[in-house]
Structure formats: C-alpha cells, structure tokens
Ligand binder design. Sequence first.
Ligand SMILES: Cc1cc2nc3c(=O)[nH]c(=O)nc-3n(C[C@H](O)[C@H](O)[C@H](O)COP(=O)(O)OP(=O)(O)OC[C@H]3O[C@@H](n4cnc5c(N)ncnc54)[C@H](O)[C@@H]3O)c2cc1C
Length: 388
Amino acid sequence: MQRASSTWMIWRGMLPTKTREPRMNDSNTSPEQAPIDVRRIAQLLPHRFPFLLIDRVTAWEPGKRLTAIKNVTYNEPFFQGHFPGRPIMPGVLIIEALAQSAAILAIETLELAGSGKLVYFMSIDEAKFRNPVEPGCLLDLHVGFVQKRAGTARHDAVVWGYARAASALGVDIVEGCEVKGFVRSPSGSVVGIETSMGRIVADKVGMAVAGHSSVLAGMAGFRLPVTSYALQAFVSEPLKPALDTVVLSLATGMYISQSDKGGLVIGGGLDRYSSYAQRGNAPVIRDVVGSVAEQFPPFRRVRLLRHWAGIVDVVPDSSPVIGETPVPGLYLNCGWGTGGFKAIPVGGWTLAHHIATGTPHPVARPFQLERFKTGALIDEAAASGIAH
Ligand SMILES: Cc1cc2nc3c(=O)[nH]c(=O)nc-3n(C[C@H](O)[C@H](O)[C@H](O)COP(=O)(O)OP(=O)(O)OC[C@H]3O[C@@H](n4cnc5c(N)ncnc54)[C@H](O)[C@@H]3O)c2cc1C
C-alpha cells in the first residue's frame, strides 16, 4: 500500500468553553497514549459516513500531538465524481481529515467526550498539496498544538539592553576580566575579588557564572551540587525566508527557526558528558542535524556555517539556586541550566534583593542552596521550563 506523504496541521481552533487552553509543558499531561479505534472515534466525533475520514488514531499525547490514519479505497463515494476515470481525493477532504484528527486531540485533551460540545474548524493558513492521494493510499495525519502564548527574543539584544540600562544607572561592566580568586577578611568573609585586571574590594560579592559556578566555588573553598554540561547550537548558511515559525520537536529532540539574517538556528538537548569544552560532541551534532533532515528534507542540502556550545549549570532538582553561600559575604545565582535566559531577570532581581537586604526575596526563599542539605528540594522541574 502506498503511503501518502505526511501531512501536518497545527491546531489553532477556538476552544469551546473550558477553563483554559492546554499548555505544551503541562506537567499533568501524560506521555504517549494507546491507539484509538474507530468505535471510540465514533464516540468522540459526531461525523458519520460518508464524512468520517479517520480509521484509527495510531498515537497521541494529551495537549501535544496526535497521529491518525485514513485508508483511502476506491469505494470512497467522492471518487465517483472526483474525477471519473482519474480518482483523486479532494484536497479539502484531506484538510477535513486533519481537522477531525485535531478535533479528537482537543476532545481527548479537554475530556469533552459525552459533553455534547462540538469542536469547530475555524481557519487554516498556507495549505499546500504536494502529491495526489489516490485509491490505495494510506493517509498519515499528523496534528499538534500551537503554544499561543509563546514568543521569542533575541538574546544578544536583550543582554545589551540590560547592559546599557545598568551602565546608565552607574554600574561598571568590565569586559574580559577573569575572576581568579576571592579576597578574605581575617574572619573569613569574602570582601573582594582578585581578577586578571587587579583587585576589586566590596562589602558583598554576588557570583553568577553559570557553568563555571563549581570552579569559582572551589576558589572560595566550598563545593556545589552543580554538574556542567555543554549545550550546542548551530547556525546554517543564510537562506531566503523558508521558515516563519519556531519548530520544537519533543519527539526527536530538536528545535529550529530562521533568523532575520537568513541562517537556520538549530539546537537540541544537552551533551550528556559533563564538560567545560565549548565546542560539544559529535554524536549530538549527528542526532540534532539528523532530526532536522528527517523533518525538513529540503534542508538536507543546507550547509552549517558554525556551531558552538555553551556551558550550562544543572543541579539535582533542575531549579535555580539564589541566595547565600557557606562563605559569609558571598552570594550565589546559578542552576539555570538550559532555561535561564528567560528567567534570569527575576534571578538577578531576587539575588540583588538578598544582597541589599540580607534576607531572601520571598519569591526566592525556597531556592536557597541550603535545600540540598535539608532535603527540601523543589519538585517543579517541568514548570521551571529547564529541559533536563
Ligand atoms: C546553546 C544554548 C541555548 C540556550 N537556549 C536557551 C533558550 O532558548 N531559552 C532560555 O531561557 N535559556 C537558554 N539557554 C540557557 C541560558 O543561556 C542560560 O541559562 C543563561 O545564560 C544563564 O545566565 P547566567 O547569567 O546565569 O550565566 P551566563 O549567561 O552563562 O553568564 C555567566 C558569565 O560568567 C562568566 N564567567 C565564567 N567564569 C568566570 C570567571 N572566572 N571570571 C569572570 N567571569 C566568568 C562567563 O564568561 C559568562 O559571561 C541556552 C543556553 C545555551 C548554551
């Protein structure tokens, strides 16, 4: 049996009245569910012959994605007229099959079965049909949720924005200045730092060096429960606009978008070797690039322009550490792992509060280093958005 090329629909349908839209990273969504047969499909959808266009749901995850199949046979009623002597499934019915798949995902996710509520098909953008679907085809239907509240930001622009604002407030930013040690008072408190440009004294010192937190903690004489991993990113040669959204595949572990300059910006999961090497390992390159090629076959011929790795700081409960260290006068901000960019403003704010007032900010109170001694770990790794 011929398999018709995979078809994608991103579900943007309006939800019937329900408390809220499901979210990509909902912690209560369970992983892949059992297939759904046609008897159950008929309970979920009001559609009937000749308009029920799904034979089986092969796999699905609540709030995330669903795959279904439609066996297209010569007995389909629409082939009588579309077209006599040249049977081709109408494109609008392929879209309808996708819409029915999306409706099942919505109904199962929101537990609407039996409620009498209908899911309506509201709009579709940029549909294209690459191959004719003929009798004998097995139509693969793939649908997924859009995270409507999602957005992207240019990290370098954001960082320079903060740097300029800090500078305007009188903050000195000294670039290319490596911290090589800590200045201690006779009582052992930290009262400054030794740098490659000389000594800087201060009543209190805040440390926010991410993947190098353990190295600097070692200089100060204590150990941290931080593991440092490389996390790679890749940029391709510039292309004409080809991708106008961010695609994140949890199934294959990659994300991809296109920058304003035309390069494809690609990433994946952590290198699973703890390391300070900022170039990353070849197996991860193979896996991430392979996932891109699998999902976007035309990108197979695109050449990578550059890749590099940042060193990220991972703690056992995948949540940040904000607050005091065992050494008086030295404060710490680390543990942001792969998700610190979006969260570091509040990390900086709450650390500044602690340094200025001597007490943890109420928001940051649970995030003290002390929790690894007391065992009061933070059980919200999924909510923190740190993907490890
Ligand atoms: C490839 C990649 C993709 C990522 N994607 C995302 C994403 O999509 N969304 C998201 O939210 N987060 C993402 N992150 C994670 C995010 O970048 C980090 O969590 C965030 O940058 C941490 O901020 P920070 O200020 O704690 O540390 P950093 O931004 O790492 O800054 C630490 C600084 O300390 C400096 N330093 C280290 N040692 C010393 C020393 N001895 N002396 C002086 N300075 C020193 C370093 O040079 C560095 O400038 C990604 C990370 C990587 C590597």
